[in-house]
Design a protein around this ligand. Structure first.
Ligand SMILES: NC(=O)c1ccc[n+]([C@@H]2O[C@H](COP(=O)([O-])OP(=O)(O)OC[C@H]3O[C@@H](n4cnc5c(N)ncnc54)[C@H](O)[C@@H]3O)[C@@H](O)[C@H]2O)c1
Length: 332
């Protein structure tokens, strides 16, 4: 069995951490990225962490011809498909672009699997497919409601395409809220435009790049009025992909797993934890609710623990310390 695994979006936030974990566990990741939301320096830094050259292709996953012709697919054992546009707010303004990029890329990769007989596929999905759930925590059996954004819709459509495809093995991972960075502070979350996620925004405030952090809504029916999410260290999310491959290597699997810490934390609680653990004050204000946000979601991840033999090892405190270390280092 070849250990070559194509990692689309491997220069991005979760992809780069996953490439590091794959190398650690003896796989040979090969990155495809068009650097639409990342930079090639991420690959140099992955190489520094792994002390190894990483093969990569500067390719757009929706370019069917180049995707088919640039890679020797016959030598590939599996694919992890991270490459996607991921900003909830931007997806309202650029719905077409999100649908084309996220859905076409998945379609092309599934077709490649069929043509070249690639039997293993891992897909990056999101808790957004649950929409605004009636009951918490959400399990994989929780009914999927209408996603609250076009971004969420693309994930739901891709999941359906994978489930109805001919692919022999697939694992869909529904991430909750990955935060933090690699301990080395060589890789981390590095959006090219204005960050959409909370922790990079907190970090930009802490470092003085941003005067104030706006918390979108403090009138939600939650314990302190702010939204509740399930934050998890990105390295734990990355490891879940290794366990997904280990599972598919031993048993035919066509399954979906939640990947979170199984704890709900409010936006205010997260800010307080950041302040306390990094000994720094964050200047924040309350603003209006943001389109596409739901009040509360957190996961039950016992299925992944039982069937993938995966469990998160790192705390939120550690993730916030790592995120801050990355923020300070990435400017140098
Ligand atoms: N970060 C989160 O909070 C989160 C939560 C749930 C799900 N996800 C999903 O996880 C995946 C990875 O997210 P991330 O946070 O690492 O995002 P990211 O933007 O940091 O990484 C995505 C990478 O894909 C690349 N890319 C995008 N479209 C491409 C294309 N057509 N061809 C080639 N490369 C392309 C980008 O350049 C980037 O390097 C995405 O599918 C995202 O939807 C992320």
């Amino acid at each position: 069995m070849s250990k070559n695994i194509i990692v689309t979006g491997g220069a991005g936030y979760i992809g780069s951490h996953t490439v590091v974990e794959l190398v650690k566990f003896g796989f040979n990741p090969i990155i495809i990225d068009n650097f639409s939301n990342s930079s090639s320096s991420a690959i140099e830094n992955i190489e520094k962490i792994c002390k190894k050259k990483i093969d990569f292709f500067d390719l757009n996953c929706i370019d069917k011809l180049k995707m088919n012709n640039s890679i020797n697919w016959k030598k590939i054992d599996g694919i992890i498909h991270f490459a996607a546009l991921k900003s909830v707010s931007e997806s309202f303004e650029k719905k077409e672009k999100y649908f084309t990029n996220n859905i076409e890329s998945t379609k092309i990769l599934l077709n490649i699997c069929e043509v070249y007989n690639i039997k293993k596929f891992v897909f990056s999905s999101s808790c957004t497919v649950y929409g605004n759930p009636n009951n918490l925590p959400v399990t994989e059996k929780t009914e999927l409601k209408k996603p609250s954004s076009p971004y969420g819709e693309t994930k739901k459509i891709c999941e359906e395409m994978i489930k109805t495809s001919q692919i022999k093995n697939f694992i869909i991972l529904r991430y909750f809220n990955p935060i933090g960075a690699h301990e080395s502070a060589l890789i981390g979350e590095h959006p090219l435009n204005i960050p959409n996620n909370l922790v990079p925004l907190i970090c930009e405030c802490a470092i003085g790049k941003r005067e104030k952090l706006t918390i979108y809504g403090n009138d939600y029916p939650t314990r302190d009025g702010t939204c509740i999410r399930d934050y998890i260290h990105v390295c734990d999310v990355a490891q879940a992909h290794v366990y997904a491959f280990k599972k598919m290597n031993t048993k035919t699997t066509r399954k979906i797993f939640n990947i979170g810490l199984s704890k709900g934390i409010s936006v205010l609680e997260l800010i307080n934890l950041f302040e306390k653990n990094n000994n720094i004050k964050i200047n924040y204000e309350f603003g209006k609710r943001r389109e596409g946000d739901i009040e509360e979601i957190f996961a039950n991840c016992s299925l992944a623990e039982k069937e993938l033999n995966w469990s998160p090892k790192k705390t939120i405190q550690k993730a916030l310390i790592d995120a801050w270390r990355w923020e300070q280092k990435k400017l140098n």
